[in-house]
Design a protein around this ligand. Sequence first.
Ligand SMILES: [Zn+2]
Length: 320
Amino acid sequence: MRKKASFSPIVIAAVALAAFSAGTLASRRLPTISAAAAPAAQAAKPPAADGKLRIIFFGAHPDDAEYRGAGVAVKWAAAGHHVKFVSTTNGDIGHWGQAGGPLAMRRTKEVQEVARKMGVTVEVLDIHDGEIMPTLENRRTITRLIREWNADVVITNRPNDYHPDHRYTSILVQDSAFMVTVPFFTPDVKPLSRNPVFLYSPDRFQRPNPFRADVAVAIDEVMDKTLDALLEMESQIHEGGAGGHEGIYPASEPGRSQRREQVRKNLAARYAGQANTYRAALTEFYGEQRAKQVRYAQAFEVCEYGRQPGKEELRKLFPF
Ligand SMILES: [Zn+2]
């Protein structure tokens, strides 16, 4: 049973001041939240050059990269490829009844648990939720993260989005798409010798142009494992995040299990929707017979910046 957290403005101010001081003192890169109680599945260090793929997902909040990587990240990880989720903000206003440091820590623990269940690595940058800007300092941070992961594939949302943090996270990733290869930009981390492939995950926005599925992959066989992992994000999924309300996740067990059942169904429907919407891309990838049977899918669009893969290379990047 979770008690509703109460916090005073003084506590929030102290947390904010501490975060500000830490950010000011960190000369090389922004601090990362560590919640020691729930370690990530892998150490947050670059994987060995073992011939496996290296994929890094960027989301603005501690849940965005998780939804984006759902299924496909589980498949990559199961095949021994190296996957990392990054949240560019700490999520500290993403709830209707809690805020500040305690919420940032809670959400960090949630995504660490998701990562453990999916077999991937996760990092949460200590930037306030609702406040990320496309600054030079942040461009350096994103560039370093992509280089340190020695990424073959970088995935984020498209830049036209309702949430400013989503927009600027996408812009920051775009801003890094060339700079990761430039030797004297942020020369403290070795530049990549090969530009990664940058991909976007789907959204509903139509202007200036709708999402285009360049590749779509089936995630049916990992759907249960994926949903089990995503449901760890209690503050967002069960309690509704910033858009939730008192009583949305009842105190009594029958009510709670009903809510858990419902959110699991809603999540599954999201990936079933992608299978139906992007059936043509599935057909291209699997052929008509197999594509028809796919129930759940993830689709991606190739960003015009970064390396431009042909169909053959896309198959190698999604070796499923
Ligand atoms: Zn978000």
